[in-house]
Design a protein around this ligand. Structure first.
Ligand SMILES: [Zn+2]
Length: 114
């Protein structure tokens, strides 16, 4: 049954608007949890929960740097799948480079504000 169970597991991990928003923020580069929290406008505990879900599904991997945890997409082909889904529903998902968020304390946003 793995021929059906594994694809269903992956699709289930993708099937959530906040998780799709997180993935879109990770198209270009890794981002820290604080940045992803600022981008999706949800509490950090909630965002961390969604990030864990994506990591456990094998879509993301994390890296610790001091107190910060960075996430990146493990398999960029997941974006090809999302392109197809977006085309099916008629949604245009523009590729967003690093978005500088005013309230975000991450190093990239600090640099972007200078
Ligand atoms: Zn940031």
């Amino acid at each position: 049954m793995d021929a059906y169970r594994l694809p269903a597991k992956l699709l289930k991990a993708l099937a959530h608007p906040v998780r799709l928003r997180i993935l879109n923020a990770l198209r270009e580069d890794e981002e820290c949890v604080c940045h992803l929290t600022a981008v999706v406008h949800h509490r950090q505990a909630y965002v961390s929960q969604q990030l864990r879900f994506l990591r456990q599904a094998g879509i993301l991997q994390d890296r610790k740097d001091g107190l910060r945890v960075y996430y990146r997409v493990k398999e960029p082909r997941v974006f090809d799948a999302l392109e197809i889904v977006n085309a099916l529903v008629g949604v245009k998902n523009e590729i967003a480079p690093h978005q500088v968020v005013a309230a975000c304390p991450c190093p990239k946003c600090e640099t972007g504000r200078e």
